[in-house]
Design a protein around this ligand. Structure first.
Ligand code: ZN
Length: 489
C-alpha cells in the first residue's frame, strides 16, 4: 500500500462520513434542506479536524445535480469534477501564501463572472486570518454585496484574528476536537476495510497521539502501517511513536508514591538511553491526570488503580511541577538530567511525611511552592504595573506575601498600584493575603532574570550539573545526606 493512499482515500465525500462534527454537519444539512443558503461561511477549528473537507462537501451538495437528503450524489459531472479536483468553479486559496491586497484584488476581480458549469462559484480561503488588513478591506466590499452566484467559504485556526466586520457577514461554524473514541472507531473501520490487522491497544495509542485531529490520526497510521507491514501491534506502534513502555511509567509512579529516592537513583542507573525523556514526562502527566480522575469517580479499568492512594493534593502538585518543567525540554540538550531533576523535585516537594522513605524537608513548603514568575504571568494587573513587577521578586509565607521592588522603581508603587496588586493576588490565590513591600530583591528570582536565563539557554544550571551520571549521583547522594540530617533533628 502506498504512503499517501490512506489520507486521500479516506477523505470524507459525504457529510455522513465526516467524523466527530455531527453538530456542524447537521446544521448545514438542515439549512440545505430548507433552502437557506448563506453566501459566506467560516469554519473555525484546530488543524486536521475537517474544515476544508466539510467545505468541499458543502460545495458539492450546493452544485450537485441530484442531491439526496442534503448529501451530494457523488455521481453527477459536478460531484465527479469536485472529487477529482478539476471543477473550474471552485477555487481553493491558501491565505498563508497569498495574503497581499494585490493578490486578493486579482481574485476578487473574477467574482462578477458567472460560473462556467455550476450553479455557484465557490471561493474557499484557507487560513483566512493570515490575510493583511488591506486584503480584508477589499474582501469586505465584496462580502457586503456578493453576486448571487458566488459563495465564500473561509477556514481558520485563529478566528480571533479575523475582523468582526468579516465575521458578522458569515455563518460561523465551530468544529471541535475529535474524541479519542471517535478516532478509534473510524480507524478500526478503515483498517478493517484496508485489511490491516491490529490490536486494540495500537488503536488506542494512535488515537491518543492524534490529539483530536482525524488527519493526524491518518498520517500517523500511514507511518505506522508502512513500518509494521500492515500488521500493527502495540510494541511496534509505541516504538515508532516514541511512546515509553507503561512499565516505565508504573516504576516512576511507584517511586513517587513511596517517595523512594533509592529506587529513583537505580531507575536512572538502569535507564535505557533510547527512551525519550520528554515523552516519559508527558506519559507520566497523562497517567497523573487519569489517577486524579479515578479519584473523582471516573471508572478506569487498568493498573493505575493501585496509585489512587496518593492524595489529590500531591497529584496536583506533581502535575504542576511536570507542567512547569516540561517547557525546558525545548531548551536543554540534557533531557535525562532534566527528567531526573523534575522527579527529584516531585519527591523533594512532597508535603506528606507518612510512609515516606525520605522525610520531607524542614522548610516552609508554602514558600517553596510559590512561583512568583508564573504567578505574575497570570495576575490580572495593568501592563505598566506588570512591567515594574517584572523586576521584583516575591516570597509567600502562609497568608503573607512580601514583594521586593528594586530601589529605582520603588517610588512608582503608589497606593493605587498597591491596591491593584493586593486585589489581584487575593483573587489569584482565593484567600485574604497580607501584602508587604521591601527592596531586598532576590535578583536571581525576578521574572526578568528568569526570562534572561531562559533565553540564554542556561535555564537550569542544576540540570547541566547532573548531565553526567557521576554528577547526578553526587547530587542525589548529597540530597540523601541532607535529608538524613534533617531527620535526625
Ligand atoms: Zn452530484
Amino acid at each position: 500500500m502506498s504512503y499517501l493512499v490512506l489520507a486521500r482515500k479516506w477523505r470524507p465525500k459525504l457529510f455522513s462520513e465526516v467524523v466527530g462534527q455531527q453538530h456542524v454537519v447537521q446544521a448545514l444539512q438542515n439549512s440545505i434542506l430548507n433552502k437557506k443558503i448563506n453566501q459566506a461561511y467560516i469554519f473555525n477549528g484546530t488543524r486536521g479536524v475537517g474544515k476544508t473537507s466539510i467545505a468541499r462537501i458543502l460545495t458539492k451538495v450546493l452544485n450537485c445535480k441530484d442531491p439526496k437528503n442534503g448529501e451530494p450524489c457523488n455521481e453527477c459531472d459536478q460531484c465527479l469534477a469536485m472529487n477529482e479536483n478539476t471543477l473550474l468553479d471552485f477555487q481553493e486559496i491558501d491565505a498563508a501564501s497569498r495574503r497581499s491586497r494585490e493578490e486578493t484584488m486579482n481574485l476578487l476581480e473574477t467574482v462578477p463572472y458567472l460560473p462556467t458549469s455550476s450553479k455557484y462559484k465557490v471561493y474557499l480561503i484557507d487560513e483566512v486570518h493570515m490575510l493583511t488588513k488591506e486584503s480584508f478591506n477589499a474582501l469586505l466590499k465584496t462580502l457586503e454585496e456578493p453576486p448571487p452566484h458566488v459563495i465564500f467559504m473561509f477556514a481558520t485556526t485563529e478566528i480571533e484574528k479575523v475582523p468582526p466586520t468579516i465575521l458578522s457577514r458569515c455563518l460561523q461554524l465551530n468544529l471541535r476536537l475529535v474524541s479519542e473514541e471517535e478516532i478509534e472507531k473510524q480507524l478500526s473501520k478503515i483498517f478493517d476495510q484496508e485489511k490491516i490487522t491490529y490490536d486494540q491497544e495500537s488503536l488506542k495509542i494512535i488515537s491518543k497521539a492524534a490529539s483530536g485531529s482525524m488527519r493526524d490520526a491518518l498520517t500517523i497510521s500511514e507511518k505506522v502501517v508502512s513500518y509494521c507491514s500492515e500488521n500493527l501491534n502495540k510494541q511496534d506502534v509505541q516504538n515508532i511513536l516514541g511512546i515509553p513502555d507503561e512499565e516505565i511509567i508504573f516504576s516512576i509512579l511507584d517511586i513517587l508514591k513511596d517517595k523512594d529516592s533509592v529506587s529513583l537513583v537505580k531507575f536512572f542507573d538502569d535507564f535505557d538511553e533510547n527512551n525519550s525523556c520528554k515523552n516519559i514526562l508527558e506519559s507520566l502527566m497523562y497517567s497523573i491526570q487519569e489517577i486524579s480522575l479515578l479519584q473523582f469517580g471516573k471508572s478506569i479499568d487498568n493498573k493505575l488503580n493501585k496509585f489512587a492512594e496518593m492524595t489529590p493534593e500531591y497529584l496536583q502538585l506533581i502535575y504542576q511541577i511536570g507542567l512547569s518543567n516540561k517547557v525546558y525540554f525545548e531548551s536543554t540538550s540534557d533531557e535525562k538530567g532534566l527528567l531526573a531533576m523534575t522527579l527529584i523535585k516531585m519527591i523533594a516537594f512532597s508535603p506528606e511525611k507518612k510512609n515516606s522513605k525520605i522525610k520531607s524537608f524542614d522548610l516552609k513548603t508554602d514558600s517553596l511552592l510559590f512561583d512568583w514568575d508564573q504567578t505574575l504571568k497570570k495576575l490580572n494587573v495593568s501592563n505598566l504595573l506588570k512591567q515594574i513587577l517584572f523586576y521584583a521578586s516575591a516570597k509567600k509565607n502562609k497568608d503573607e506575601i512580601i514583594i521586593s521592588i528594586p530601589e529605582d522603581k520603588f517610588n512608582r508603587i503608589n497606593e493605587s498600584y498597591k491596591k491593584e496588586i493586593s486585589n489581584s493576588l487575593c483573587a489569584h490565590f482565593n484567600e485574604v493575603l497580607k501584602i508587604s513591600y521591601d527592596s531586598q530583591v532576590d535578583h536571581e528570582n525576578t521574572p526578568s532574570q528568569i526570562k534572561n536565563t531562559m533565553e540564554m539557554k542556561e535555564s537550569d544550571e542544576a540540570v547541566d550539573l547532573i548531565s553526567k551520571d557521576e554528577g547526578f549521583k553526587k547530587i542525589t547522594t548529597e540530597l540523601n545526606a541532607e535529608i538524613k540530617n534533617v531527620t535526625k533533628k
